[in-house]
Design a protein around this ligand. Structure first.
Ligand code: A3P
Length: 328
């Protein structure tokens, strides 16, 4: 045991040297909130989280029963965390006793890289109750092989990039480095058009998950925020089938799908005391993850020329893939 800890210590020292050297070489940029980003494996990652990312890539051992939620930031992660947790644990907890009544979705479903492997080089993931549900914003090509090669399921959600942009900009203004000026919408927009945002470019991430879902539909479920909004019950059922927790006929007759859909809805979740006034262990207030929850809010912020410009970039980048976003 002591030997193991000793060798882990040595490996960690090697890793921190490696990261230091890597960081010295990687392209850098300022994120919209003022923190440093580095361009790692083609995507922008917060420099301070590179260590958690690399540990996750090297050490995470997926199990066949795992459910991995992958998302582009501000595309519905909080919503999907609540939905997957509730669907997969419904035989353990009735909605009246749901842990979501006292803990935010981000406390119940942790990020593998930013939470777990950042805090601990080898987190005790075997102790997590099954099914283990984890989240990450990591692009598909950079996921650890054990996720790709095991039978675990990947649920991916993205969103119309115009709404994603507005949501992200609003979020970044709130989490900006203390005593700094908030970034203007024009400045953030310019960066978004260059693909410069955390985990961006967005078009590269959505395309890679889109292709993976076409190649392995039983393995990767590709969802869009807008579809979930429009036809929530259909997607709750689809999600339950996909993750291996299908609703029984009796449950359907009893209205279980509607109940879960309502429970995890923006109106219900954003009005829970824990999400109105509670805080995440990192100190972030839970209410930061609940803003408006609307489709098409970009129209309140973007000029016609802005929406046309970003819309055109996205259209060009996705052209030929079959993936489109409605101009709602
Ligand atoms: P808006 O800023 O447009 O309101 P993420 O969870 O990936 O960080 O994404 C945050 C976005 O999802 C925010 O969008 C937030 O309001 C919205 N959201 C959070 N919970 C939701 C829910 N239960 N239903 C619908 N949208 C939700």
């Amino acid at each position: 045991m002591e030997k193991k800890i000793e060798s882990l210590g040595e490996k960690e020292e090697e890793l921190s040297n490696e990261i230091e050297q890597l960081l010295a070489m990687l392209p850098k940029a300022k994120n919209w909130n003022g923190v440093e980003l580095c361009q790692y494996q083609g995507f922008w990652c917060q420099s301070k989280y590179l260590c958690g990312m690399i540990r996750f890539q090297r050490h995470f051992e997926a199990q066949d029963s795992d459910i991995i939620l992958t998302t582009f930031p501000k595309c519905g992660t909080t919503w999907l965390k609540a939905l997957i947790f509730t669907i997969a644990n419904r035989s353990k907890y009735s909605l009246k006793n749901s842990p979501l009544l006292s803990q935010g979705p981000h406390e119940l479903v942790l990020y593998l890289d930013y939470d777990l492997f950042m805090r601990d080089p080898l987190p005790a993931l075997e102790d997590f109750p099954k099914p283990r549900i984890f989240a990450t914003h990591t692009p598909y090509p950079s996921l650890p092989n054990s996720i790709k090669n095991s039978n675990c399921r990947i649920v991916y959600i993205c969103r119309n990039p115009l709404d994603q942009f507005v949501s992200h900009w609003k979020f970044m203004v709130r989490v900006r480095v203390r005593n700094t000026e908030p970034i203007s919408i024009d400045e953030a927009f310019e960066m978004a058009c260059q693909g410069r945002q955390e985990f961006g470019p967005i078009w590269e991430q959505v395309l890679a998950y889109w292709k993976a879902s076409k190649e392995e539909p039983h393995k990767v479920l590709f969802l869009k925020y807008e579809d979930l909004k429009e036809n929530n019950k259909f997607y709750v059922k689809k999600l339950a089938d996909f993750i291996g927790y299908p609703f029984t006929e009796d449950e359907e007759k009893q209205g279980k799908i509607e109940e879960i859909s309502k429970f995890c809805s923006f109106d219900n979740m954003s009005n829970l005391e824990v999400n109105k006034n509670g805080a995440h262990p990192t100190g972030l207030k839970n209410d930061i993850f609940f803003r408006k929850g609307l489709v098409g809010d970009w129209k309140n912020y973007l000029t016609t020329s802005m929406s046309e410009r970003l819309g055109k970039i996205i259209e060009e980048k996705l052209s030929g893939s079959g993936l489109t976003f409605k101009k709602t």
